[in-house]
Structure formats: structure tokens, C-alpha cells
Design a protein. Structure first.
Length: 200
């Protein structure tokens, strides 16, 4: 949540790439999709490096668009693993929590993509000044404040696209925990009711 130097930004990009690759390996059972995610991550990290060292060679929005795509695929794959048939375990609950956090990060990068096209789409008050509007720390803060519907009034969407994205994220933030809990409880009850019939 602070301004980073170039080595720190590269380290953060490398951490992000590692997260995508390890998430793909952990959650994706189909080799073709896993290799697609790994390839997408390599292209995304290469784009990060090009933007970092020579911004004139490539547009910022390609870098961010690749991040959004990678995160969105990882969210879908995590949810697919979380809701697959089988007994409810701690790992399944942790997968549901991980997907919720990944949704917040995906939306943060989506907001960054929007701000690269429309710089004033989200208003940040001067009390959280000190970093550029598109700085990931600001957008992660705004995204999770929206996802959890905790609004402090220091950042709010202004442009109609930003308002639409924020509304959609707030709806997901409210509905997702309820759907996750209901689904996991239903799966646990179904597993419990089918257990006696399997024994007999």
C-alpha cells in the first residue's frame, strides 16, 4: 500500500505471475487450459517488463487486460473446484474464500483498465492522495470497499461505466457469501443423507 520503486514493482509483477501459474496448476485439471493460463501469464509478465523498462513499445491497457483475463479464468477454475461433487472439507471452504478474494482483485484490475481509458471515472479524495489514481493499492482498496459494501466516502465511482462495475461488484459481494454458504451446506446435507444408504 505504498509507492514502489522499479525493483519492487518488478517483484510484485513476478509474485502476481507466480500466483497465476501456481493457481492454474492447483485448480485446473485439463492440461490444455493449464498451458493456456501459463502461456497467458508468461505473455503478461513479459508485457509488464516491457511497460516497466520501455513504456513507448506497448500500451498500458494490454498489460492490464491480460491481468484481468488471467484473474477471471483463475476465479472460474477456483469456483469449479470448490463446487465439484464430493464431500465438503476445509479445503473446499478455503477455495470459496480464495475465490472471493480473487474476485476483489479481478475487479481492482478491471477498474485500472477503465481508468487507463477514462482517468476520472473514479473520484478519490485528497485525503488518500500521494499515489497516482491508477495505483493498484488505491484500486484494491476501492474494490474491496465496494465488494464488502463498506463505503467511507473517500472514493466513489463518477462515470456511468464505473458506477455499473461498482454496482455489479457490490451485488456479487452480497450474493456470493450467501450462495457459497447455502451450496456448501446443501452439499454437506446431501453427503450426510447418502452416507447411510451407501453403508446398507
Amino acid at each position: 500500500m505504498f509507492r514502489q520503486s522499479r525493483p519492487e514493482r518488478v517483484a510484485l509483477d513476478l509474485t502476481f505471475a507466480f500466483m497465476l501459474v501456481s493457481g492454474a496448476i492447483a485448480t485446473i485439471g485439463q492440461p490444455i487450459i493449464m498451458y493456456l493460463i501459463i502461456g497467458l501469464t508468461i505473455v503478461e509478465f513479459t508485457t509488464d517488463l516491457i511497460v516497466e523498462f520501455n513504456p513507448s513499445l506497448i500500451q498500458w491497457d494490454w498489460d492490464t487486460a491480460l491481468k484481468v483475463m488471467g484473474m477471471a479464468i483463475l476465479v472460474v477454475m477456483t469456483l469449479k473446484q470448490t463446487f465439484r461433487p464430493g464431500p465438503v472439507s476445509v479445503h473446499r471452504v478455503m477455495g470459496g474464500i480464495a475465490a472471493y478474494l480473487l474476485i476483489g482483485l479481478t475487479w481492482a484490475w478491471g477498474y485500472r483498465l477503465l481508468l487507463e481509458k477514462i482517468p476520472d471515472a473514479i473520484h478519490f479524495q485528497s485525503s488518500i492522495a500521494g499515489s497516482p489514481t491508477g495505483e493498484p493499492s488505491r484500486l484494491i482498496y476501492f474494490s474491496f470497499a465496494t465488494l464488502t459494501t463498506v463505503t467511507y466516502g473517500d472514493a466513489y465511482p463518477v462515470h456511468r461505466i464505473a458506477r455499473s462495475l461498482a454496482t455489479a461488484e457490490a451485488l456479487i459481494g452480497q450474493l456470493y457469501p450467501a450462495i457459497l454458504i447455502a451450496t456448501l451446506v446443501g452439499m454437506a446435507l446431501q453427503a450426510r443423507s447418502s452416507a447411510p444408504s451407501e453403508r446398507s
